[in-house]
Ligand binder design. Structure first.
Ligand code: GTP
Length: 546
C-alpha cells in the first residue's frame, strides 16, 4: 500500500464526549462493520469497559476509505478519556501523525480536553477539532468554537460540527483526516523497523504485539529481533486489525497491525520495544517514558496456594497495561504478595476487576496509599498544608480553569466523586505530579490486645488521626467474630493510644459452639495476631471507607 495513502490518527477527548461512538460511525461508513442499531462502542471489547461504559484500553482499527477515486488506508486508534488512563493516550499518539480532538457541544472544553490537547500538541501532531453532539437541545457549538479558539489558538473555521450518534457530518471528518493529516514519514526501502505500542497475551498463541511499522517491510517466516532483549524470533502470523485480527502476507512501512512471533514469556514483549530483521539491525526507537505510579496497594492471593497462579495472571495483565508497576512484597498476615502502583484509584479498581474477569483470580487488596518521602529530623515545621491556588483562567463567561497544588492523598480517594457531586457533574478534574512537599504526617498503628496489626498501619495527617483511628477501630470491632475473651482494639501514635474499643466475649454456650464451628471451617482464612483470630476479609473491610 503506497505510504502517501496511509493516515494514522487517534481520537482523543474528555470522558464521555463521544470518542467510541464516533469510532463506531467511522467503522460503519468504511464498511469495517455492518451498519446496525446494535453497534455501540464496538471497540470497547473488554467486559469491564462494557459494564462501566468507559474505555480503559486504546484499540486499533484499520479502515479502507475511498476518496476522490483513490483508496486510502486509515489507521484509527480509539483512546480512553479518564485521567487514570492517559498513559494509553500518550502511547497511542506515538503511532500517529494526527488526532481528532472531540469536544462535547454542550459541555465544551473540560479538564482532559486540555490535557489530551497538550499531549498531541507537544508531539507536533495535526489536530482536527470536532464538535460532537450537535443534535442535543442544549448544544452550543458557537460557544465551543470560541473556547477552542481562545484556549488552543485553533481558528474556529477548522472545527467540524458533528453528531456521532446520528452520523451527521461524519463524512466530513473522514475527508479532513485524508486532507489535513500528513502521511507517515516512512519508506518501504529502509530496513524493517517497528515500534511495539501495545501487546496482550493470548493463552494459545502467546504474545500478540501491536506494532507501528516505521520503515521497511516484514512477512511471515522472517527472523526478527526485539531490541530490548536481543532475542530472535520467527514471525508466525501478522496482519491488520479491522478491528478483529485480519491476517495478511506482509506489513509495510506506515502501517499499523499485529504480529505473533512465538514470544511465550510476557517479559519478551515490552511495550515501547523495537523490532527489526535479524540480518538488518537498526538503532532502537526511543520507546516510552515509564508511567509514574501515583497510588500504591498491596495485593495478595486469598490463599498462598494460589500464589503462582496469581503471579502469572498479574504478569499477563501488566503486559496489556504497562502503566502498572509491580514489586514483590510480603506481609505477616497475608503472606507473599506484591505491591502494585497505579495511576489512580479507578485504574486500581479496573485492574482488579480485569484480574477477576479475565483471569479468574481472587485477590486481597490493602488500603491504597500514596508515596511519601520521610525526612528524619528532630524538629520540623508544623503547618497544616492544604490546597494552594496556583492560577485561574476564564475559558469563557461560564467556565473557569483553576490550578491548585494539593497533597496527593487528599485527592486520590474520593475527591473526584465529591467534586462531581458538589458541582452537579459540571466540574472536571485532571492532575499531574508536582513533587514532594513537607507536611505534618504521622504513622498510626492499630493494635489488637496490644499487638500491632502490620497491614493496618497507615500514614495520616495529624489533624485527621483521631477521626481516622476511631473509624478504623469501629470497623475492626464489627468485623471480628466474638471470641472466648475480651479483645482491646486500639489506634495509637507511637506509644500514645488515641482510640480504644473493647469487644464482648461470647455469651451463651450454643452461640459459642456455633462460632467455634464457623471458625474451624474458615480456619485457613483466619490470621492469628497474638491470641486473636482475625478473618482475612476483615482487613479489607476495615480499609474500605464507607
Ligand atoms: P470514554 O471512552 O469512556 O472516555 O467515552 P467516549 O468519549 O468514548 O464516549 P462514548 O462514545 O462512550 O459516548 C458517551 C455517551 O454520549 C454515550 O451515551 C453516547 O451514546 C453519547 N453520545 C455520543 N455521541 C453523541 C451524539 O452525537 N449525540 C448525542 N445526543 N449523544 C451522543
Amino acid at each position: 500500500f503506497p505510504v502517501d495513502r496511509i493516515r494514522n490518527f487517534c481520537i482523543i477527548a474528555h470522558i464521555d464526549h463521544g470518542k467510541s461512538t464516533l469510532a463506531d460511525r467511522l467503522l460503519e461508513m468504511t464498511g469495517a462493520i455492518a451498519k446496525t442499531e446494535k453497534n455501540k462502542q464496538v471497540l470497547d471489547k473488554l467486559q469491564v469497559e462494557r459494564e462501566r461504559g468507559i474505555t480503559v484500553k486504546a484499540q486499533t482499527a484499520s479502515l479502507f476509505y475511498n476518496h476522490e477515486g483513490q483508496q486510502y488506508l486509515l489507521n484509527l486508534i480509539d483512546t480512553p478519556g479518564h485521567v487514570d488512563f492517559s498513559y494509553e493516550v500518550s502511547r497511542s499518539i506515538s503511532a500517529c501523525q494526527g488526532v481528532l480532538l472531540i469536544v462535547d457541544a454542550n459541555q465544551g472544553i473540560q479538564a482532559q480536553t486540555v490535557a489530551n490537547f497538550y499531549l498531541a500538541f507537544e508531539a507536533q501532531l495535526t489536530i482536527i477539532p470536532v464538535i460532537n453532539k450537535i443534535d442535543l437541545k442544549n448544544a452550543d457549538p458557537e460557544r465551543v468554537e470560541s473556547q477552542i479558539e481562545k484556549v488552543f489558538d485553533i481558528p474556529r473555521e477548522e472545527c467540524i460540527r458533528i453528531s456521532a450518534k446520528l452520523g451527521t457530518n461524519v463524512d466530513k471528518v473522514l475527508q479532513a483526516v485524508v486532507n489535513r493529516i500528513p502521511p507517515p514519514q516512512a519508506s518501504t526501502e529502509d530496513p524493517f523497523k517497528a515500534l511495539v505500542f501495545d501487546s496482550n497475551f493470548d493463552h494459545y498463541r502467546g504474545v500478540v504485539a501491536n506494532i507501528a511499522v516505521f520503515g521497511g517491510r516484514v512477512k511471515k517466516g522472517d527472523k526478527i529481533v526485539s531490541a530490548h532483549l536481543g532475542k530472535a524470533y520467527e514471525v508466525n502470523e501478522l496482519g491488520l486489525l479491522r478491528p478483529d485480527e485480519h491476517p495478511t502476507q506482509k506489513l509495510f512501512a506506515g502501517q499499523v497491525g499485529y504480529i505473533i512471533a512465538g514470544m511465550k514469556d510476557v517479559k519478551e514483549a515490552q511495550i515501547g520495544d523495537t523490532l527489526y530483521l535479524q540480518e538488518q539491525p537498526v538503532e532502537a526507537l526511543p520507546g516510552f517514558k515509564p508511567a509514574k505510579a501515583m497510588v500504591f496497594a498491596g495485593m495478595y492471593p486469598m490463599d498462598q496456594s494460589e500464589y503462582t497462579g496469581l503471579r502469572s495472571a498479574i504478569e499477563r495483565l501488566t503486559l496489556n497495561d504497562s502503566s502498572v508497576t509491580v514489586q514483590r512484597d510480603s506481609s505477616l498476615a497475608l503472606g507473599a504478595g506484591w505491591r502494585l502502583g497505579f495511576l489512580g484509584l479507578l485504574h486500581m479498581e479496573v485492574f482488579n476487576q480485569r484480574l477477576e474477569q479475565e483471569y479468574n483470580a481472587s485477590v486481597i487488596v490493602t488500603a491504597p496509599t500514596v508515596p511519601y518521602k520521610a525526612v528524619l529530623s528532630s524538629a520540623k515545621l508544623i503547618k497544616n498544608r492544604r490546597a494552594v491556588q496556583k492560577n485561574m483562567v476564564y475559558i469563557d463567561d461560564q467556565r473557569v480553569m483553576m490550578k491548585y497544588l494539593f497533597p496527593l492523598n487528599e485527592i486520590v480517594v474520593d475527591f473526584y466523586d465529591l467534586l462531581k457531586s458538589l458541582s452537579s457533574g459540571y466540574a472536571s478534574f485532571d492532575y499531574e505530579n508536582a513533587g514532594y512537599q513537607a507536611a505534618d504526617l504521622i504513622k498510626m498503628d492499630i493494635l489488637l490486645n496490644g499487638r500491632p496489626v502490620e497491614e493496618l498501619t497507615t500514614v495520616v495527617h495529624r489533624e485527621r488521626a483521631y477521626s481516622t483511628g476511631k473509624a478504623m477501630c469501629e470497623r475492626l470491632k464489627d468485623s471480628i467474630p466474638r471470641q472466648m475473651f475480651e479483645i482491646a482494639i486500639q489506634a495509637a501514635i507511637g506509644s500514645k493510644v488515641i482510640s480504644k474499643y473493647t469487644t464482648d466475649y461470647g455469651g451463651d454456650i450454643t452461640r459459642k459452639m456455633k462460632l467455634l464451628k464457623k471458625q474451624a471451617e474458615g480456619k485457613k482464612k483466619m490470621r492469628r495476631i497474638g491470641n486473636v483470630e482475625v478473618p482475612k476479609d476483615a482487613f479489607i473491610s476495615v480499609l474500605k471507607r464507607k
